[in-house]
Design a protein around this ligand. Structure first.
Ligand code: PGA
Length: 243
């Protein structure tokens, strides 16, 4: 299976900054002889997607960070962006990120609706799940995660990338340890099949990226803040190559 390197820009970079950064990372990827079995996916804010697509299309895929749950390609839904609208540029869409579950109160049911819209438009959902620190402490985190995944992936027929992002590890500087990630990967793959890609996100950086990607149980990484620094981005890309 391919390994995935997914860069989530979140609510960062203006259009002008996105253009500059895309040109920089395009050069970095070109100079780094990335292996064929690595799929790089860059997820800019919606407004920058068409520009980033033009600059990055020969070196990476584009992902959107979210999508409307409303059914259909268009309609009277102020402020919404449909899956159809991004499908000219994107091959992937992140859904169910814990920041959206928390800040926008998105439910598993909302996430499942989004997933279906993504598949209908021939893109692949990157479905995020993750437990809070309190949930981990209860010891019930595996059943919590599997329930999140079962409910959020209704109707997807396992056509998704599962992104395990423990809430306590995101943006904290404290990545989950390998044993913890591998335990969750084993549980997810036992239920959803070995062919369902399992990626990890949460404080991935140039120090831990290579080790994470070299585990057979981990099919890729989803990187937030470290992928916004050109220096870290280049180091992570190069570490992929040197394993
Ligand atoms: P982080 O974010 O790498 O900054 O921890 C990851 C994510 O939320 O996708």
């Amino acid at each position: 299976m391919n390994k995935f390197f997914i860069s989530n820009w979140k609510m960062n970079l203006t259009v002008a900054d996105s253009i500059v950064f895309s040109n920089e990372i395009s050069s970095a990827i070109n100079e780094s002889n990335i292996k064929d079995d690595i799929e790089i996916i860059i997820c800019p804010p919606f407004i920058s997607i068409p520009y980033c697509f033009q600059i990055l299309k020969s070196v990476s895929k584009i992902g959107a960070q979210d999508i409307s749950k409303m059914d259909g390609a268009k309609g009277a839904f102020t402020g919404e962006i449909s899956a159809k609208m991004v499908s000219d540029y994107a091959d992937y869409v992140i859904i169910g990120h814990s920041e959206r579950r928390l800040n926008q109160k998105e439910t598993n049911q909302d996430v499942a609706l989004k997933g279906t819209n993504i598949l209908k438009n021939n893109m692949t959902p990157i479905l995020c799940i993750g437990e809070t620190e309190e949930e981990r402490k209860t010891g019930e985190y595996i059943s919590i995660l599997i329930n999140q995944l079962n409910e959020s992936s209704k109707g997807l027929d396992n056509k998704m990338i599962v992104a395990y992002e423990p809430v306590w590890a995101i943006g904290s500087g404290n990545s989950c340890n390998l044993e913890q990630i591998i335990e969750v990967s084993g549980q997810v793959k036992a239920i959803f099949g070995d062919d369902t890609p399992f990626v990890y996100g949460g404080s991935v950086n140039e120090e831990n990226c290579q080790e994470l990607l070299s585990q057979k149980e981990i099919d890729g990484v989803l990187v937030g803040s470290a992928s916004l620094s050109l220096d870290s981005f280049i180091k992570m890309i190069n570490s992929i190559n040197s394993d």
